[in-house]
Structures are given as structure tokens and as C-alpha cells.
Design a binder for this molecule. Structure first.
Ligand code: PLP
Length: 277
């Protein structure tokens, strides 16, 4: 299939990146992932703003306002204009002899691919998850391509035949390996505040907005590791995951069947209405 690389559209097997690309050597880059649903990218502006902010945080100069035109070229070439699909964007610092500090005057490497993908209408995931120590660095707000921590922590979940690993740092739940985490207790919705210990997910922001619209009370406050089993409901959010109910965490069951908690259900329905607009 065709991909986008540095202004060119070409078959993926022809797309070549230097072995001295800092993305390859250091994981020195930022990425973004978004879904086209019903003919438009879901919260495209929010995704592109996060990309722009990520690049600014690590000092890569690239004009993100050029991206929509380039996405359009890629979608045209792959026959995905207006079709439900998943888009991946990656911008690395570029190619230079290996040295840790930022090389001056190099061009970033810009790579994108799109794949047809239809997200389920109503969430059918009843996730089993485990908890683990969040041993990642303390700039998790940066959506960087160096995902070794996330990859290792997600693999732990796979080893346990689970969907996700819920991460704990300093006695509180931060997020999961590729999702944000929410809890509900006594009709109050909780999620970790958007600081340097989590990635501020776009789906997380949409859920926060929906809580406001639905009149649900929400606190951006972390849940203690010792409080996890006392929660009434728990769910994961992410671009592909959307809003997924957590059925089981470690040996604790929120539900022994495929029940979805009332507040999780309300949010899922509102989320799907939003996508249909
Ligand atoms: N947290 C992490 C660590 C992630 O990698 C992701 C998405 O990939 C998310 C949260 C969810 O973010 P979004 O809702 O923007 O997809």
C-alpha cells in the first residue's frame, strides 16, 4: 500500500529512511494517530494541535498547518477519501551523524500511512486488565515515538491474556499503556489530571466534555492504588479503543458478566452520537 514520506507518495516497500534517522537511532520523534469517521477526522484540530505542541516541546521545527493538505494527497492515493480509516503521522528530528544533542539545520522526516478501519458502533469490549508499576519517564505528556516503556507494559497484559495494563506510580493510577483510565464511584467520575505523568488523550478530553454536557460530576483527581477495588465502574479511553468498559482488574471483578456500568454506558452512547454527527 502507498505511504507518505517527506512529500512523496510511494509504495511502502519503496519508502526508505536512513539508518541514521534519529527516529531509528534514538526514538527522537513525535507521532499522532486519528480516525476518519463518517467522512471527517474525529477531533482533527485537537490531534493536530497536540502534534504541534509535542514538536514544540522537543524542539522539532515543522509547520503542522501543511499536514491537512498532505493527508488529503495520501487519502487520494490510497482511495480513502471520505472512508472510515486510521491515520498514523510520525515526525522525527531527521538524519544526522549520531550525537545526543540536537543537530542544527536538518530537515525532519515526515511519514504517514492510512489504513481502512471501521470502529465498532457500540463498544463490545469488556476489558480484563492488570495493574503494574508505571516505570516510564516523567514526561509522559509527550507523544513520542520512543514507546519502549509502553510496549513492555502492554506486553505484560498480553502475557496475562489481558487487554491493557493499568499503570500505578507513587501509589496512584496514572493511565494505561495506550489508553487513559477513568473510574466511577458514587456517581462521581475520576481521571488523573493532565500533567507530565499521562498523555492527555483526545478521547479523554471528549469524555470530560461529555460529562459536562450530560451533567455528570467529574474530578480530575487520581485514584489511589488501594481504592481500585472499591470503585463502582472503570473504563479505558483511546482513539481506537473509544470507551471500553473494564470488567476485571487483576483478580477483582467489577462485573462477572458482560454488564456495562450505567455511567460508562451513558458516556458510550453520547460518544457514539457525537461520531454520527
Ligand atoms: N495514553 C497513552 C499512553 C496513549 O498512547 C494513548 C493513545 O495512543 C492514549 C492515552 C489515548 O489518547 P487518544 O485518546 O488521544 O488516542
Amino acid at each position: 500500500d502507498k505511504v507518505y514520506l517527506n512529500g512523496e507518495i510511494l509504495p511502502s516497500e519503496m519508502a526508505q529512511v536512513s539508518v541514521f534517522d534519529r527516529g531509528f537511532i534514538f526514538g527522537d520523534g513525535i507521532y499522532e494517530a486519528m480516525a476518519q469517521i463518517n467522512g471527517a477526522f474525529f477531533y482533527e484540530e485537537a490531534h493536530l494541535s497536540r502534534l504541534e505542541e509535542g514538536l514544540a516541546k522537543i524542539g522539532i521545527q515543522y509547520d503542522v498547518s501543511r499536514i491537512p493538505k498532505e493527508i488529503n494527497r495520501l487519502l487520494q492515493a490510497t482511495g480513502l477519501i471520505g472512508k472510515d480509516c486510521f491515520l498514523y503521522i510520525q515526525i522525527t528530528r531527521g538524519v544526522a551523524p549520531r550525537q545526543h544533542s540536537f543537530p542544527r539545520d536538518i530537515d525532519p522526516t515526515v511519514f504517514m500511512y492510512a489504513l481502512p478501519k471501521v470502529l465498532p458502533d457500540i463498544n463490545t469490549i469488556h476489558a480484563k486488565v492488570i495493574t503494574s508499576e508505571d516505570f516510564r519517564w516523567s514526561r509522559c505528556d509527550i507523544k513520542m515515538t520512543s514507546l519502549l516503556g509502553n510496549v513492555m507494559l502492554n506486553e505484560e497484559a498480553m502475557q496475562h491474556e489481558c487487554f491493557e495494563t493499568v499503570l500505578c506510580r507513587n501509589g496512584v493510577v496514572t493511565e494505561a499503556s495506550h489508553c487513559n483510565v477513568f473510574f466511577v464511584k458514587d456517581n462521581m467520575v475520576y481521571t488523573h489530571p493532565a500533567n507530565e505523568y499521562i498523555l492527555n488523550g483526545i478521547t479523554r478530553l471528549v469524555v470530560i466534555q461529555l460529562c459536562g454536557e450530560l451533567g455528570l460530576e467529574l474530578k480530575e483527581e487520581a485514584i489511589g492504588v488501594d481504592e481500585i477495588y472499591q470503585m463502582d465502574e472503570a473504563f479505558l479511553t483511546g482513539t481506537s479503543t473509544q470507551i471500553a468498559s473494564i470488567q476485571q482488574i487483576n483478580d477483582h471483578y467489577y462485573y462477572t458478566d458482560s454488564t456495562v456500568g450505567p455511567i460508562t454506558q451513558k458516556l458510550q452512547r453520547a460518544f457514539h452520537r457525537l461520531k454520527d454527527n
